[in-house]
Design a binder for this molecule. Structure first.
Ligand code: TRP
Length: 366
Protein backbone atom coordinates (compact mmCIF):
# COMPACT_ATOMS: atom_id res chain seq x y z
CA UNK A 1 0.00 0.00 0.00
CA UNK A 2 1.28 3.46 -0.91
CA UNK A 3 1.81 6.26 1.53
CA UNK A 4 -0.76 8.90 0.82
CA UNK A 5 -1.37 12.18 2.61
CA UNK A 6 -4.51 14.27 2.51
CA UNK A 7 -5.31 17.38 4.47
CA UNK A 8 -6.84 20.79 4.02
CA UNK A 9 -8.29 23.97 5.43
CA UNK A 10 -11.53 25.89 5.24
CA UNK A 11 -11.07 29.09 3.24
CA UNK A 12 -12.64 31.52 5.70
CA UNK A 13 -9.63 33.79 6.19
CA UNK A 14 -5.91 34.09 5.61
CA UNK A 15 -3.79 31.48 7.37
CA UNK A 16 -2.01 32.53 10.56
CA UNK A 17 0.98 31.23 12.46
CA UNK A 18 -1.30 28.95 14.49
CA UNK A 19 -2.13 27.11 11.26
CA UNK A 20 1.55 27.18 10.41
CA UNK A 21 2.95 25.49 13.54
CA UNK A 22 -0.18 23.36 13.95
CA UNK A 23 0.02 21.70 10.56
CA UNK A 24 1.32 23.67 7.59
CA UNK A 25 5.00 23.57 8.59
CA UNK A 26 4.76 19.81 9.05
CA UNK A 27 3.09 19.34 5.67
CA UNK A 28 5.92 21.13 3.94
CA UNK A 29 8.45 18.96 5.78
CA UNK A 30 6.54 15.80 4.81
CA UNK A 31 6.38 16.96 1.20
CA UNK A 32 10.10 17.60 1.15
CA UNK A 33 10.96 14.32 2.88
CA UNK A 34 10.14 12.52 -0.36
CA UNK A 35 8.74 9.63 1.66
CA UNK A 36 5.19 9.89 0.35
CA UNK A 37 3.73 8.65 -2.89
CA UNK A 38 1.02 11.26 -3.10
CA UNK A 39 0.16 14.43 -1.20
CA UNK A 40 -3.25 16.06 -1.57
CA UNK A 41 -3.90 19.47 -0.08
CA UNK A 42 -7.50 20.57 -0.27
CA UNK A 43 -9.11 23.98 0.02
CA UNK A 44 -12.34 22.96 1.76
CA UNK A 45 -14.69 25.54 0.28
CA UNK A 46 -17.74 23.25 0.39
CA UNK A 47 -17.10 22.62 4.07
CA UNK A 48 -16.62 26.36 4.65
CA UNK A 49 -20.07 26.88 3.11
CA UNK A 50 -21.67 24.59 5.70
CA UNK A 51 -21.48 27.46 8.18
CA UNK A 52 -21.02 30.35 5.73
CA UNK A 53 -23.77 29.43 3.26
CA UNK A 54 -25.06 33.01 3.51
CA UNK A 55 -21.68 34.50 2.65
CA UNK A 56 -20.38 32.84 -0.51
CA UNK A 57 -18.32 35.90 -1.43
CA UNK A 58 -16.22 35.46 1.72
CA UNK A 59 -15.44 31.87 0.80
CA UNK A 60 -14.70 32.75 -2.83
CA UNK A 61 -12.28 35.53 -1.82
CA UNK A 62 -10.44 33.33 0.63
CA UNK A 63 -9.83 30.43 -1.75
CA UNK A 64 -7.05 32.41 -3.42
CA UNK A 65 -5.75 33.70 -0.06
CA UNK A 66 -5.35 30.17 1.27
CA UNK A 67 -3.79 28.99 -2.00
CA UNK A 68 -1.24 31.84 -1.81
CA UNK A 69 -0.51 31.00 1.84
CA UNK A 70 0.05 27.33 0.91
CA UNK A 71 2.46 28.17 -1.87
CA UNK A 72 4.17 30.83 0.24
CA UNK A 73 4.69 28.34 3.06
CA UNK A 74 6.53 26.05 0.68
CA UNK A 75 3.99 23.62 -0.75
CA UNK A 76 4.97 23.01 -4.36
CA UNK A 77 2.46 22.10 -7.05
CA UNK A 78 4.96 19.70 -8.64
CA UNK A 79 5.10 17.69 -5.44
CA UNK A 80 1.68 18.23 -3.87
CA UNK A 81 -1.73 18.23 -5.52
CA UNK A 82 -3.51 21.43 -4.49
CA UNK A 83 -7.22 21.37 -5.26
CA UNK A 84 -10.62 22.87 -4.48
CA UNK A 85 -13.12 20.61 -2.74
CA UNK A 86 -16.28 21.83 -4.50
CA UNK A 87 -14.83 20.98 -7.90
CA UNK A 88 -14.84 17.26 -7.12
CA UNK A 89 -18.51 16.30 -7.36
CA UNK A 90 -17.60 12.67 -6.60
CA UNK A 91 -17.05 13.78 -3.00
CA UNK A 92 -20.72 14.60 -2.53
CA UNK A 93 -21.67 11.24 -3.96
CA UNK A 94 -19.39 9.41 -1.54
CA UNK A 95 -20.81 11.51 1.30
CA UNK A 96 -24.33 10.45 0.36
CA UNK A 97 -23.48 6.76 0.67
CA UNK A 98 -21.46 7.18 3.88
CA UNK A 99 -24.45 8.93 5.48
CA UNK A 100 -26.12 5.53 5.78
CA UNK A 101 -23.31 4.33 8.01
CA UNK A 102 -23.53 7.02 10.70
CA UNK A 103 -26.25 7.63 13.27
CA UNK A 104 -27.55 11.01 14.35
CA UNK A 105 -26.55 10.32 17.94
CA UNK A 106 -23.00 9.48 16.88
CA UNK A 107 -22.72 12.86 15.14
CA UNK A 108 -24.15 14.58 18.19
CA UNK A 109 -21.41 13.03 20.31
CA UNK A 110 -18.59 14.35 18.09
CA UNK A 111 -16.85 16.79 20.47
CA UNK A 112 -15.62 19.16 17.74
CA UNK A 113 -19.09 19.40 16.20
CA UNK A 114 -20.60 19.92 19.66
CA UNK A 115 -18.20 22.74 20.34
CA UNK A 116 -18.73 24.38 16.97
CA UNK A 117 -22.51 24.20 17.31
CA UNK A 118 -22.20 26.14 20.57
CA UNK A 119 -19.78 28.68 19.09
CA UNK A 120 -22.15 29.40 16.21
CA UNK A 121 -25.33 29.50 18.30
CA UNK A 122 -26.71 26.68 16.19
CA UNK A 123 -28.19 24.88 19.23
CA UNK A 124 -31.79 25.74 18.40
CA UNK A 125 -31.57 24.93 14.70
CA UNK A 126 -28.58 23.16 13.25
CA UNK A 127 -28.31 23.27 9.45
CA UNK A 128 -28.26 19.68 8.18
CA UNK A 129 -25.26 20.40 5.96
CA UNK A 130 -23.22 21.59 8.91
CA UNK A 131 -24.26 18.66 11.07
CA UNK A 132 -23.21 16.37 8.27
CA UNK A 133 -19.76 17.79 7.64
CA UNK A 134 -17.83 15.09 9.52
CA UNK A 135 -19.28 12.60 7.02
CA UNK A 136 -18.28 14.78 4.11
CA UNK A 137 -14.83 14.98 5.66
CA UNK A 138 -14.68 11.18 5.56
CA UNK A 139 -15.29 11.44 1.82
CA UNK A 140 -12.43 13.96 1.53
CA UNK A 141 -10.05 11.60 3.27
CA UNK A 142 -11.10 8.37 1.61
CA UNK A 143 -11.43 9.43 -2.03
CA UNK A 144 -7.66 9.19 -2.42
CA UNK A 145 -7.24 6.37 0.13
CA UNK A 146 -5.15 8.62 2.36
CA UNK A 147 -3.51 6.83 5.25
CA UNK A 148 -1.94 9.90 6.86
CA UNK A 149 -3.85 13.07 7.71
CA UNK A 150 -1.70 15.85 9.20
CA UNK A 151 -4.07 18.07 11.19
CA UNK A 152 -4.46 20.13 14.31
CA UNK A 153 -5.54 18.41 17.49
CA UNK A 154 -9.13 19.68 17.17
CA UNK A 155 -9.53 17.46 14.11
CA UNK A 156 -8.90 14.17 15.93
CA UNK A 157 -12.63 13.44 16.37
CA UNK A 158 -13.06 13.83 12.59
CA UNK A 159 -10.38 11.27 11.85
CA UNK A 160 -11.91 8.92 14.40
CA UNK A 161 -15.29 9.31 12.72
CA UNK A 162 -13.71 8.58 9.33
CA UNK A 163 -12.08 5.44 10.70
CA UNK A 164 -15.46 4.21 11.92
CA UNK A 165 -17.08 4.88 8.55
CA UNK A 166 -14.28 3.08 6.72
CA UNK A 167 -14.46 0.13 9.09
CA UNK A 168 -18.21 -0.15 8.69
CA UNK A 169 -18.08 0.26 4.93
CA UNK A 170 -15.44 -2.42 4.51
CA UNK A 171 -17.14 -4.87 6.82
CA UNK A 172 -20.55 -4.54 5.15
CA UNK A 173 -19.63 -4.05 1.51
CA UNK A 174 -16.14 -5.42 1.10
CA UNK A 175 -15.85 -8.55 3.25
CA UNK A 176 -13.37 -10.10 0.83
CA UNK A 177 -10.84 -7.30 1.01
CA UNK A 178 -11.00 -3.65 2.02
CA UNK A 179 -11.96 -1.02 -0.55
CA UNK A 180 -11.40 1.99 1.72
CA UNK A 181 -8.38 2.79 3.89
CA UNK A 182 -8.47 3.68 7.59
CA UNK A 183 -6.47 6.89 8.06
CA UNK A 184 -4.19 7.92 10.91
CA UNK A 185 -4.01 11.50 12.17
CA UNK A 186 -0.61 13.11 12.43
CA UNK A 187 -0.47 15.92 14.97
CA UNK A 188 2.51 18.01 16.07
CA UNK A 189 4.42 16.68 19.07
CA UNK A 190 5.14 19.93 20.90
CA UNK A 191 2.33 21.12 23.18
CA UNK A 192 2.82 24.75 22.11
CA UNK A 193 2.29 23.81 18.44
CA UNK A 194 -0.94 21.96 19.12
CA UNK A 195 -2.79 25.05 20.21
CA UNK A 196 -0.95 28.30 19.75
CA UNK A 197 -2.77 30.99 21.76
CA UNK A 198 -3.64 34.44 20.41
CA UNK A 199 -1.21 37.33 20.94
CA UNK A 200 -3.54 38.52 23.75
CA UNK A 201 -3.12 35.23 25.61
CA UNK A 202 -6.64 34.01 24.76
CA UNK A 203 -6.82 30.32 24.04
CA UNK A 204 -7.53 30.58 20.33
CA UNK A 205 -6.31 32.77 17.51
CA UNK A 206 -9.32 34.19 15.79
CA UNK A 207 -9.86 36.86 13.23
CA UNK A 208 -12.77 38.36 15.19
CA UNK A 209 -10.60 38.78 18.30
CA UNK A 210 -7.86 40.49 16.26
CA UNK A 211 -5.21 38.42 18.03
CA UNK A 212 -3.58 36.63 15.08
CA UNK A 213 -0.26 36.99 13.35
CA UNK A 214 -0.91 36.18 9.70
CA UNK A 215 1.61 34.57 7.38
CA UNK A 216 0.98 37.47 5.02
CA UNK A 217 1.55 40.23 7.63
CA UNK A 218 4.31 42.73 6.86
CA UNK A 219 7.46 42.74 8.99
CA UNK A 220 6.23 45.90 10.72
CA UNK A 221 2.83 44.42 11.51
CA UNK A 222 4.47 41.34 12.98
CA UNK A 223 6.82 43.43 15.12
CA UNK A 224 3.99 45.61 16.46
CA UNK A 225 1.92 42.55 17.35
CA UNK A 226 4.83 40.85 19.11
CA UNK A 227 5.86 43.94 21.09
CA UNK A 228 2.32 44.28 22.45
CA UNK A 229 1.90 40.61 23.33
CA UNK A 230 0.45 39.37 26.59
CA UNK A 231 3.13 38.14 29.03
CA UNK A 232 3.03 37.81 32.82
CA UNK A 233 0.86 40.43 34.55
CA UNK A 234 2.82 39.93 37.79
CA UNK A 235 6.16 40.69 36.13
CA UNK A 236 6.08 44.46 36.65
CA UNK A 237 9.75 45.21 37.07
CA UNK A 238 12.69 43.57 35.35
CA UNK A 239 13.96 42.32 38.72
CA UNK A 240 10.65 40.58 39.58
CA UNK A 241 10.56 36.82 39.17
CA UNK A 242 8.56 36.01 36.02
CA UNK A 243 6.08 33.21 35.35
CA UNK A 244 6.05 31.02 32.27
CA UNK A 245 2.61 29.51 32.76
CA UNK A 246 0.18 31.23 30.38
CA UNK A 247 2.94 33.54 29.19
CA UNK A 248 2.27 33.87 25.49
CA UNK A 249 5.75 35.03 24.53
CA UNK A 250 7.28 31.88 25.97
CA UNK A 251 4.61 29.68 24.43
CA UNK A 252 5.52 31.17 21.04
CA UNK A 253 9.21 30.61 21.75
CA UNK A 254 8.40 26.97 22.55
CA UNK A 255 6.83 26.70 19.12
CA UNK A 256 9.46 28.61 17.13
CA UNK A 257 12.83 28.94 18.88
CA UNK A 258 15.76 26.62 18.16
CA UNK A 259 19.19 26.65 19.80
CA UNK A 260 20.81 28.20 16.72
CA UNK A 261 18.55 31.25 17.11
CA UNK A 262 20.25 32.03 20.42
CA UNK A 263 23.67 32.12 18.79
CA UNK A 264 22.38 34.57 16.22
CA UNK A 265 20.07 36.83 18.20
CA UNK A 266 20.66 36.37 21.93
CA UNK A 267 24.06 34.85 22.72
CA UNK A 268 23.60 35.48 26.48
CA UNK A 269 21.86 32.09 26.52
CA UNK A 270 22.62 28.90 24.69
CA UNK A 271 19.07 27.63 24.66
CA UNK A 272 15.49 28.33 25.67
CA UNK A 273 15.77 26.55 29.03
CA UNK A 274 18.50 28.96 30.14
CA UNK A 275 16.46 31.94 29.09
CA UNK A 276 13.40 30.60 30.89
CA UNK A 277 15.41 29.98 34.08
CA UNK A 278 16.66 33.57 34.08
CA UNK A 279 13.15 34.90 33.53
CA UNK A 280 11.84 32.87 36.45
CA UNK A 281 14.68 33.99 38.75
CA UNK A 282 14.05 37.62 37.90
CA UNK A 283 16.28 40.09 36.10
CA UNK A 284 15.15 39.44 32.53
CA UNK A 285 12.76 41.99 31.05
CA UNK A 286 9.84 41.29 28.73
CA UNK A 287 11.14 43.65 26.07
CA UNK A 288 14.33 41.68 25.62
CA UNK A 289 12.39 38.42 25.31
CA UNK A 290 9.96 39.97 22.86
CA UNK A 291 12.77 41.34 20.71
CA UNK A 292 14.29 37.88 20.58
CA UNK A 293 10.93 36.36 19.64
CA UNK A 294 10.52 38.99 16.95
CA UNK A 295 13.89 38.04 15.42
CA UNK A 296 13.02 34.36 15.49
CA UNK A 297 9.58 34.79 13.92
CA UNK A 298 10.80 37.28 11.32
CA UNK A 299 13.45 34.78 10.23
CA UNK A 300 10.77 32.12 9.74
CA UNK A 301 8.24 34.41 8.05
CA UNK A 302 10.52 36.33 5.74
CA UNK A 303 10.99 33.63 3.10
CA UNK A 304 7.25 32.95 3.27
CA UNK A 305 6.44 36.62 2.71
CA UNK A 306 8.89 36.81 -0.19
CA UNK A 307 7.50 33.72 -1.90
CA UNK A 308 3.97 35.11 -1.48
CA UNK A 309 5.00 38.34 -3.19
CA UNK A 310 6.36 36.33 -6.12
CA UNK A 311 3.22 34.23 -6.48
CA UNK A 312 1.00 37.32 -6.18
CA UNK A 313 2.51 38.59 -9.44
CA UNK A 314 0.75 35.90 -11.46
CA UNK A 315 -2.72 35.24 -10.04
CA UNK A 316 -4.03 33.50 -13.21
CA UNK A 317 -1.28 30.94 -12.74
CA UNK A 318 -2.50 30.25 -9.16
CA UNK A 319 -5.94 29.40 -10.59
CA UNK A 320 -4.24 27.19 -13.18
CA UNK A 321 -2.42 25.33 -10.43
CA UNK A 322 -5.70 24.79 -8.59
CA UNK A 323 -7.46 23.69 -11.77
CA UNK A 324 -4.76 21.16 -12.65
CA UNK A 325 -4.83 19.87 -9.07
CA UNK A 326 -8.62 19.62 -9.11
CA UNK A 327 -8.56 17.70 -12.42
CA UNK A 328 -6.06 15.22 -10.97
CA UNK A 329 -8.02 14.82 -7.74
CA UNK A 330 -11.25 14.26 -9.71
CA UNK A 331 -9.68 11.42 -11.66
CA UNK A 332 -8.64 9.67 -8.45
CA UNK A 333 -12.04 10.29 -6.89
CA UNK A 334 -13.83 8.81 -9.90
CA UNK A 335 -11.76 5.64 -9.59
CA UNK A 336 -12.55 5.27 -5.87
CA UNK A 337 -16.23 6.05 -6.46
CA UNK A 338 -16.40 3.30 -9.08
CA UNK A 339 -14.94 0.82 -6.56
CA UNK A 340 -17.39 2.01 -3.91
CA UNK A 341 -20.38 1.64 -6.24
CA UNK A 342 -19.20 -1.79 -7.27
CA UNK A 343 -18.87 -2.87 -3.62
CA UNK A 344 -22.34 -1.46 -2.92
CA UNK A 345 -23.81 -3.31 -5.89
CA UNK A 346 -24.97 -0.17 -7.67
CA UNK A 347 -22.81 -0.54 -10.74
CA UNK A 348 -25.63 -1.95 -12.93
CA UNK A 349 -24.21 -1.08 -16.31
CA UNK A 350 -20.62 -2.06 -15.63
CA UNK A 351 -21.39 -5.48 -14.18
CA UNK A 352 -21.78 -7.95 -17.05
CA UNK A 353 -22.41 -10.75 -14.58
CA UNK A 354 -25.54 -9.02 -13.32
CA UNK A 355 -27.17 -9.01 -16.73
CA UNK A 356 -26.27 -12.66 -17.36
CA UNK A 357 -27.52 -13.66 -13.92
CA UNK A 358 -30.86 -11.93 -14.37
CA UNK A 359 -31.21 -13.42 -17.85
CA UNK A 360 -30.61 -16.93 -16.50
CA UNK A 361 -33.12 -16.37 -13.70
CA UNK A 362 -35.85 -15.43 -16.14
CA UNK A 363 -34.84 -18.01 -18.75
CA UNK A 364 -35.66 -20.74 -16.21
CA UNK A 365 -39.22 -19.57 -15.86
CA UNK A 366 -39.98 -19.89 -19.57
N1 TRP B 1 -12.05 20.48 8.98
C1 TRP B 1 -10.82 21.06 8.51
C2 TRP B 1 -10.68 22.45 9.14
O1 TRP B 1 -11.61 22.95 9.74
C3 TRP B 1 -10.74 21.18 7.02
C4 TRP B 1 -10.89 19.86 6.32
C5 TRP B 1 -11.92 19.51 5.47
C6 TRP B 1 -10.02 18.74 6.38
N2 TRP B 1 -11.74 18.25 5.03
C7 TRP B 1 -10.59 17.75 5.56
C8 TRP B 1 -8.83 18.48 7.08
C9 TRP B 1 -10.00 16.49 5.42
C10 TRP B 1 -8.25 17.24 6.93
C11 TRP B 1 -8.83 16.23 6.12
O2 TRP B 1 -9.65 23.07 9.00
Amino acid sequence: MGKIILTGDRPTGRLHIGHYVGSLRQRVALQNSGKFDKIYIMIADAQALTDNFDNPEKVRQNVIEVALDYLAAGLEPEKSTLFIQSQISELTELTFYYMNLVTVSRLQRNPTVKNEIQLRNFEASIPVGFFNYPISQAADITFCKANIVPVGEDQLPMIEQTREIVHKFNSIYAPEGPVLVEPEALIPEAEACKRLPGTDGKAKMSKSLGNCIYLADSADEVRTKIMSMYTDPLHLQVSDPGHLEGNTVFTYLDAFARDEHFERYCPDYSNLDEMKAHYQRGGLGDVKVKKFLNNVIQEELEPIRNRRAEYEKDIPEIYNILKRGSDAARETAAQTLAEVKHAMKIDYFEDMELIKEQSRKYAKGI
